[in-house]
Write a protein that binds this ligand. Structure first.
Ligand code: C2E
Ligand code: MG
Ligand code: MG
Ligand code: MG
Length: 278
């Protein structure tokens, strides 16, 4: 993107965004002012280990505290945000906020508790991703193994072969990489074999058919088996019932996340949740 060049040319960031606010897309314009006014917040949802339901991590999920419309879910803006000039900056902001929050919970969680952050696929293409994340870890005093990056979008590996190298370098810092919403689109089998992925997250549309649909239950069990054969861990998303947990237990799924355990909560609400469990 043209931003680094403009920065080198001595243009200040706020001025640059201000200039972009005159651009054509109204949602992009509102997102820019939302970012400048600090209206994005993170909610957190617990992730538990299937075998004993021990709390092993949380996923950070962005929301927009809109001054008129109230709290907006990512479905209302994330696609535009990722494609906009703000995509990377908000992406790094999310990582920084999540690392700070993780640091604040140190006395309430296991030392290996991971914070998972969703990032747009195109962030792996950013030539500065490794140094920028390294800087965030340093600034916030976060060991790399506290952080997991969830790729929620297709990475164009043909156009960005260095994305895989970036992924490897991040893993050398201790960071793990997960393919999100696995089985529903962006992450093809080829992607899974080409990228050094530590974990897949099974999309909740598979779980939603368990136990009533035999096809969904079989697909779930086989996705879990496939992940194990490839030496990857598996998190099942959208777990809402004990019947679904039974299938996950019998298939050897690693982790589970869903309303059965808790819906995502704001930072204060999540800290209360941690204190109650502690
Ligand atoms: P995701 O990463 O697959 O996150 C899981 C979504 O499922 C979340 O929706 C969560 O609230 C919802 N969920 C969790 N448990 C259950 C359940 O038991 N039942 C049902 N029906 N839903 C459940 P949310 O928070 O609306 O986020 C939607 C998507 O937006 C995320 O899907 C992710 O792809 C994207 N997203 C969220 N935050 C960020 C972010 O900071 N950056 C980027 N690039 N994308 C984000
Ligand atoms: Mg704030
Ligand atoms: Mg996710
Ligand atoms: Mg998902």
């Amino acid at each position: 993107h043209a931003l680094p060049t403009l920065l080198l040319a001595g243009l200040n960031l706020k001025k640059w965004y201000k200039a972009r606010q005159l651009g054509p897309n109204p949602l992009e314009r509102s997102l820019i002012s939302a970012y400048l006014r600090d209206e994005f917040v993170l909610h957190y949802q617990p992730i538990v280990r299937v075998t004993d339901r021990k709390l092993v991590g949380a996923e950070a999920l962005i929301r927009w505290e809109h001054p008129e419309s109230g709290l907006l879910p990512p479905s209302r803006f994330i696609t535009t945000l990722c494609r906009s000039c703000l995509g990377k900056d908000v992406g790094y902001w999310v990582i920084r906020e999540a690392c700070k929050a993780r640091g604040g919970w140190s006395n309430l969680v296991d030392p290996n508790f991971k914070i998972s952050v969703n990032i747009c696929g195109r962030m792996f293409v950013d030539q500065y991703i490794v140094s920028r994340i390294q800087k965030i870890l340093q600034d916030t005093g976060t060991p790399g193994h506290f952080l997991e990056l969830e790729v929620t979008e297709r990475i164009d590996l043909d156009r960005a072969p260095h994305a895989i190298e970036n992924m490897r370098q991040l893993q050398e810092l201790g960071i793990s990489v997960a393919f999100d919403d696995f089985g529903t689109g962006f992450a093809s089998m080829k992607h899974l074999l080409d990228c050094p992925v530590d974990r897949i997250k099974i999309d909740r549309s598979f779980l939603s058919g368990v136990p009533n649909s035999a096809v969904h239950s079989t697909a779930c069990a086989h996705l879990i088996e496939l992940a194990h054969l490839l030496d990857m861990e598996v998190t099942a998303e959208g777990v809402e019932t004990e019947e679904q947990m039974k299938l996950l237990e019998s298939s050897g799924c690693t982790n589970a996340q869903g309303y059965l355990f808790s819906a995502p909560a704001g930072e204060d609400g999540f800290a209360d949740y941690l204190r109650e469990r502690h």
